[in-house]
Design a protein around this ligand. Structure first.
Ligand SMILES: [Zn+2]
Ligand SMILES: [Zn+2]
Length: 131
């Protein structure tokens, strides 16, 4: 006769410990939010479905890295669109260097330039010329 040994069930004392820890932790968090509304507002921005693990410093760091990439990516696209609209051109317009707007950098340089990414092109900033 074979016996399967199920995992020993958690005792009520252990379950109580775990629940009590969560109660204390949430209470602490809520007190901080009441004292510091900015913390509460910041917490509403966190998409916990994108969290891979607990909402700890490492989890926040990885969300921060992702959000920063997304912000920078959008900044470059917004800058590209703004310049194109200013020139009164449609999507896919060509830069003064002869290359399309999508061929230019996907991220702004530190001094807000969008250099051409085409090999051997010396264009160091996307400039639309109306022809
Ligand atoms: Zn260019
Ligand atoms: Zn170019």
């Amino acid at each position: 006769m074979t016996h399967t040994h199920p995992e020993p069930a958690e005792t009520y004392a252990q379950q109580y410990q775990r629940a009590a820890t969560i109660v204390a932790g949430l209470g602490c968090l809520l007190r901080h939010i009441q004292r510091e509304p900015a913390v509460g507002r910041a917490l509403t921005l966190i998409d916990t479905t994108e969290l891979q693990g607990p909402l700890d410093a490492a989890g926040l760091q990885s969300l921060l890295a992702e959000a920063t990439c997304e912000r920078d990516r959008c900044a470059a696209l917004a800058e590209r669109d703004a310049r194109r609209q200013e020139a009164g051109l449609a999507a896919g317009a060509v830069c003064g260097c002869g290359h399309g707007d999508t061929l230019h950098a996907r991220l702004l340089t530190e001094d807000d330039r969008l250099p051409c990414a085409h090999r051997d092109c010396r264009c160091d900033d996307l400039v639309f010329v109306t022809r």
